[in-house]
Design a protein around this ligand. Structure first.
Ligand SMILES: N[C@@H](CCC(=O)N[C@@H](CS)C(=O)NCC(=O)O)C(=O)O
Length: 216
């Protein structure tokens, strides 16, 4: 295996970058990191140097370029030989909740942009946002109830599903989502994770502020 390079955006705001970063760390994969600040005059040109979509995250492995968060997580799991639940039914549900996160929750993403270091932000509640929060709560409860016996994560052991929902935990923490006890417990598990904490510590000292993501 050649050396891996993960290209990411600002730690404070780039939710798509956080997902593969936290997974690669959990899987114990070594990688070099390139950070491209979002929303500067050179952002697009810089991103196009690494991947064809002009977006981050991008994973480079020698000649190979993987340019989407979920595809990177899948590839990392193949390299590490773990990352999905072992049992086929659990794995199928894990893939479903990851795909749902990857393609859905438009209101949550739009109305509560990830702002990792911000606390006590409050926004006007909308039916779309409430529905997204309720659905996340339902997913976390269901995964924990059916598959969580072997550990503190959604499927017991840490999996791609936890990486995919890590930015949602940060959003709930920033904007104060009202959620069930099980969901709060899962949030605490995620927020106490030392790997996530190292991402948050670096986010805290980043010099950039993106006005469009400073909400509430
Ligand atoms: N579906 C893509 C979405 C990637 C994406 O939208 N990334 C944002 C940063 S979080 C980006 O690169 N935006 C380009 C820009 O801000 O110029 C994925 O899952 O990787």
């Amino acid at each position: 295996m050649s050396a891996l390079t993960l290209v990411i955006g600002n730690r404070n705001y780039s939710s798509w970058s956080l997902r593969p970063w936290v997974l690669l760390k959990h899987l114990g994969l070594q990688f070099r990191e390139v950070l491209i600040p979002l929303d500067t005059p050179t952002t697009k040109d810089e991103m196009e140097k690494y991947g064809p979509s002009g977006r981050v995250p991008v994973l480079l492995d020698g000649e190979l370029c993987v340019w989407d968060s979920l595809a990177i997580c899948e590839y990392a799991a193949e390299l590490a030989g773990r990352g999905w639940p072992h049992e086929p039914q659990a794995r199928a549900v894990a893939r479903s909740v990851c795909a749902e996160m990857h393609s859905g929750f438009a209101n949550l993403r739009m109305e509560w942009p990830m702002n990792a270091r911000a606390r006590h932000r409050r926004t006007v509640s909308t039916p779309g946002l409430e529905a997204d929060i309720d659905r996340v709560d339902e997913i976390w409860n269901e995964c924990r109830r059916r598959f969580g016996a072997g550990g503190p994560w959604l499927f017991g052991e840490y999996s791609i599903a936890d990486a995919m929902y890590a930015p949602v935990v940060l959003r709930f923490n920033t904007y104060g989502a009202r959620i069930s006890e099980t969901a709060r417990w899962y949030m605490a598990t995620t927020l106490e994770d030392s790997i996530l904490q190292s991402w948050l510590a670096a986010a805290k000292v980043e010099p950039w502020t993106l006005a469009q993501s400073e909400v509430g």
